[in-house]
Design a protein around this ligand. Structure first.
Ligand code: GLU
Length: 264
């Protein structure tokens, strides 16, 4: 099956947007990139009839910007305060841009225990399905301002993979600031990009994984972890460079960009 046909069949999509995509090099929320991503997601919903759920990072970064903190704090209470301030800013930006596109958004903040307690999991799932039914775009983040180690997902790559499983989505698109998975850290050394992963168990032998980024907490390792989980559930996963023009649109229209992971 060619890529275009494949993507036309994948109806329910989770798009994970990382902090490095959403912020400029001086740590400020990059509203022009958010506008561009929202425009593409709106196109998927309005023109292609897809159901899209967003998992967004950027709350802590946005909070740091508002509070004038230059370095990401280490202390939990400081991180939680930044997330609390930043989350509402982040939602205000999404809400405004989606409204211009004629779409409503709904915020959902999750912690791991919500998805591991059967009853609460069911409620979260029902809420998400109801939002989708009314063509609202759900925007999920981890509930950072109250999450502590025991109830944390780790990072939003992992959270987004759990969301795929929760709502039985067909595809996870992870937007990062690299073009895909490389055999070596593309920001430091010249690695080769791996375009397709058919056997994920062989991937780890091929690559050297870089350290998590300074702004977010994910890094390529957790993206592969997320891809592993999603593909074990027979879903597709693609890692794309969210900073590139029309990356989502191009992917869905069949262009061979990013790294695609096939269901295992
Ligand atoms: N939930 C965090 C935030 O919104 C980010 C977590 C991550 O980078 O994976 O800032």
């Amino acid at each position: 099956m060619n890529r275009k046909t494949l993507f036309s069949k994948l109806k329910r999509i989770v798009v994970k947007i990382g902090t490095n995509v959403l912020t400029t090099s001086n740590n400020r929320l990059d509203t022009s990139i958010i506008e561009h991503i929202v425009e593409q997601i709106s196109y998927l919903v309005k023109k292609k009839g897809k159901e899209v759920v967003i998992v967004t990072s950027g709350a802590i970064a946005a909070g740091m910007q508002i509070l004038g903190w230059e370095r990401r704090p280490k202390k939990l209470n400081m991180l939680q305060a930044a997330a609390s301030v930043g989350q509402s800013r982040l939602m205000r930006v999404y809400e405004r841009i989606f409204r211009e596109e004629g779409l409503n958004v709904g915020q959902i903040l999750l912690t791991r225990d919500v998805l591991t307690t059967p009853e609460r999991r069911l409620y979260a799932k029902n809420t998400l399905f109801t939002l989708l039914k009314y063509r609202v775009v759900p925007i999920i983040n981890e509930n950072d301002s109250v999450a502590v180690e025991e109830i944390k997902f780790g990072d939003n790559d992992i959270l987004s993979s759990f969301v795929v499983d929760l709502i039985d989505a067909d595809l996870l698109i992870i937007l990062s600031d690299v073009d895909g998975v490389f055999t070596d850290d593309p920001k430091k050394n010249k690695g080769k990009m791996i375009k397709e992963v058919k056997e994920i168990s062989k991937l780890e032998e091929l690559i050297k994984v870089g350290a998590p980024s300074a702004k977010g907490i994910g890094g390529i390792k957790s993206k592969i972890e997320a891809a592993k989980f999603v593909t074990s559930k027979k879903k597709y996963c693609v890692i794309l460079n969210g900073k590139r023009n029309y990356c989502i649109k191009k992917l869905i229209e069949g262009e061979k960009i990013g790294t695609i992971f096939y269901p295992q």
